[in-house]
Design a protein around this ligand. Structure first.
Ligand code: T1G
Length: 697
């Protein structure tokens, strides 16, 4: 078996190349081979300097995340970084693509550092619920200063080579791109260093870094505000603080102690689950051998918020767009919206002015369906009416070229019926974008009964090109995300009817980690959206009907957009304050239903809300709307503000215990059937299995 790290000589320069596809992760075998090569260099009398570089698309992608939670194996990465640092001969890191986490820590163990343009240099460990555990919290502050190191480590965001050179993180920005250029640039730099008689320059020789300019308390207050409820960022700050108080060896020992504490936390388990499922979700069972159709041009029907957003997403991905609207003024308005969206992308640094102008040159807005004749994928985003959509698809059927994929952006309508409005139902699929469509990463790919496998594969390939995280869903009212939302919103309504304040519910769930509580979400989306959904669905047996929400609609209190919904939004409280009149509406409904209100604890609120969410997730799996629990987790993480460090609702259930969820549901069941556990939950609990056991490829 070939070694994951090779050693060769270029004159007096030892070139150590890590080659462990796909990302040169520093798993046990790779660490052992890297250590052997460093030892070999130290003993090799021919070699006067060494260059460490990576094969493939990047330098080093960090520690092997799949090893976390398992007993660590020698040699440990911190030891290798120290071994490099203590080497009696100079070692150069020549970086391309990315040096992340342990990858950058290896580079910090080196004496000189070069990076090619476009390289990502970062310490993202906190996004995995851990901290840089191979010297990053000790060496980075010594090299770039405490404030810059704290920013890198607690944000987890990478820095570009030019900024890294300014901060001193690297010494030089090379030229070219790819592994070969990295090797060549690294060797050339090493030659220069030899000619200068450069000696090893260990970071351990640098003085202890100073405390942050604004003091530790300010940093920690900011972190509590930016990362509420999360532990890794605070723990990493403690490690950096140790760097300012201890010599390197003691600081490394303290870093290791703090790292090991994080390894055992549920947040590390949840975040690493999220890391892997966001990649695994694209490997849809049954899709492996399907070949996506070629997509070079996009058609969009409907230039409202969603249609213009979808068009913008396509343009950002370099795909030309033809957008059809019913009237010229509507087509012009759509173009203006697209221009505004792209201006925002330029402002956010997502796109250059030149690329924006080039993209706009590829947009055609028209009222003529015939101009869609060359589109490879046509995405309909018109009014949410089945008749309107069926009429659009009949027209598309008449103009679209053979093999074009016809997609609908509907958020709940029956795509099987839409498909039957065409002569090519196998080419019809759902692409459910989330608003704003050019920003939100989640895309539900809704597969209808007769959708072709290659059409589904085309949808996933397009989603990837648009920078989306695509999840395969089946056809039902609300697919995965909104179907679940409807159920756990009803759980909240049940609690309100029985005594919980809507404001306490929001507070409890935000404390649990949700970005926003359900009432704030309702105010943001619009009380009218919920009202229209209830009118469409009608009253359902066993489900509490939130009459108070209908009353708010009737009072034209539609949430943020009218300045009043569940909350009051005005200059006094732009983020919203509680509204006593809402509590009066609820009290009136309780009285009308003869309900005696009782108190709820925050824990009960969270446990009921989550039990309902998991229960509906189980039913979604039973119905085949989601193929795996991980699909459900990804939808909730990417589109509904579920706290990432809990890994998603189905991961939460696994970590809580399936039997515990079952027992809670049975205890809640009041004869309405609303709380009775799904059969799948009973089965998993009875068999001692969990949702993770269903997450096979
Ligand atoms: N460990 C294990 N597998 C990894 C991995 C890693 N570090 N990084 C990626 N993979 C897998 C990934 O799951 C996918 O697998 C495949 O590689 C391609 O990934 C001691 C403790 C490097 C920018 O956080 O950011 O170092 O789905 O699709 O888009 O202080 O991967 O194909 O089976 O993302 O080209 C710190 C995480 C670890 C970097 C490349 N490092 N990775 O992006 O490919 S903790 C990270 C990334 C650490 C030390 C600590 C990206 C990438 P599969 P991909 P990509």
């Amino acid at each position: 078996m070939s070694t994951p790290v090779t050693y060769d000589l270029d004159d007096e320069i030892a070139v150590i190349t890590v080659d462990n596809p796909p990302v040169n992760a520093l798993g046990h075998t790779t660490r052992a081979a890297l250590k052997d090569c460093v030892d070999r260099f130290a003993a090799d009398e021919t070699a006067r300097i060494a260059v460490i570089c990576g094969a493939g698309r990047l330098f080093l992608g960090g520690a092997d995340v799949s090893e976390f939670g398992k007993p660590p194996q020698d040699p440990w990465l911190p030891e290798i970084c120290t071994l490099i640092e203590d080497c009696p001969k100079p070692v150069v890191a020549s970086i391309h693509g990315a040096a992340l986490g342990g990858g950058l820590e290896v580079a910090l163990g080196c004496h000189y550092r070069l990076a090619l343009p476009g390289t990502k240099l970062g310490l993202p460990e906190v996004s995995l619920g851990i901290l840089p555990g191979a010297g990053g919290t000790q060496r980075a502050p010594r090299v770039v200063g405490t404030d810059a190191a704290l920013e890198m480590i607690t944000s987890g965001k990478p820095v570009a080579p030019e900024a890294a050179r300014e901060s001193g993180l690297i010494d030089r920005v090379g030229e070219g791109k790819g592994a070969e250029a990295a090797r060549a640039e690294g060797v050339a730099y090493a030659r220069e260093l030899l000619a200068e008689g450069a000696a090893p320059r260990p970071v351990s020789g640098l003085p202890r870094p100073a405390a942050p300019a604004d003091g530790w308390d300010t940093w920690e207050q900011n972190l509590r505000r930016k990362f509420p409820g999360q532990v890794a960022q605070m723990q990493a700050t403690k490690a950096v603080k140790a760097a300012t108080e201890m010599d390197l060896p003691d600081g490394l020992a303290e870093e290791r102690r703090l790292f090991n504490e994080l390894i055992d936390t549920p947040q590390r388990e949840g975040l690493i689950h999220a890391f892997f499922i966001e990649r695994k979700v694209a490997r849809v069972p049954g899709l492996k051998d399907a070949t996506p159709r070629d997509v070079q041009a996009i058609g969009v029907v409907g230039g409202g918020t969603m249609g213009s957003g979808i068009a913008t997403a396509a343009l950002l991905a370099g795909l030309p767009v033809t957008l059809v609207e019913m009237k010229p003024e509507a087509a012009d308005k759509a173009r203006a919206t697209i221009e505004s969206n792209l201006a925002g992308a330029v402002k956010r640094g997502k796109m250059s002015d030149a690329k924006r102008d080039a993209a706009l040159a590829t947009v055609t807005t028209t009222t003529d369906y015939g101009e869609l004749k060359d589109a490879d994928v046509i995405i309909e985003a018109v009014f949410e009416s089945l008749d309107v959509k069926k009429d659009v698809f009949t027209q598309l059927d008449a103009v679209a070229k053979p093999g074009a994929v016809l997609a609908t952006n509907t958020s709940y309508l029956d795509i099987n019926e839409i498909a039957q409005a065409t002569s090519r139902p196998a080419d019809v699929i759902g692409l459910h974008f989330f608003s704003p469509a050019h920003v939100m990463k989640l895309l539900e790919v809704v597969v209808a009964d007769v959708t072709g496998t290659d059409v589904t594969a085309t949808a996933f390939a397009l989603g990837k090109r648009l920078g989306k995280v695509s999840v395969r869903a089946g056809v039902c009212d609300g697919f995965i995300g909104n179907r679940m939302l409807s159920h756990y919103r009803s759980a909240a309504d049940w609690m309100i009817l029985h005594g919980a304040s809507p404001y306490q519910i929001d507070r409890a769930l935000e404390q649990f980690g949700f970005a926003m509580g359900p009432m704030k979400v309702a105010d943001l989306a619009g009380i009218d959206i919920g009202y229209m959904t209830r009118q469409r669905k009608g009253k359902q047996t066993g489900v509490v009907y939130p009459q108070w929400a209908d009353d708010l609609y009737g009072m034209d209190r539609l949430g943020r957009k009218t300045g009043r919904g569940f909350y009051i939004y005005d200059d006094e409280s732009p983020k919203g304050r509680e509204d006593p009149e809402v509590l009066d509406l609820i009290a009136k409904e309780r009285a009308a239903q003869g309900v005696i209100p009782r108190d709820f604890t925050d824990d009960e609120i969270v446990e009921r809300y989550m039990a309902a969410m998991v229960n509906e997730g189980a039913r979604i799996l039973e119905d085949g709307i989601a193929l795996r629990p991980l699909d459900i987790d990804v939808v909730k993480l990417m589109g509904y503000g579920f706290p990432r460090y809990r890994g998603g609702p189905m991961k939460y259930a696994d970590m809580t215990g399936i039997a515990t969820i079952r027992d809670r549901l049975n205890a809640y069941e009041d004869g309405s059937g609303f709380w009775s556990p799904a059969a799948l939950i009973d089965t998993l609990a009875a068999e001692g299995r969990n949702f993770e056991s269903m997450n096979n490829d």
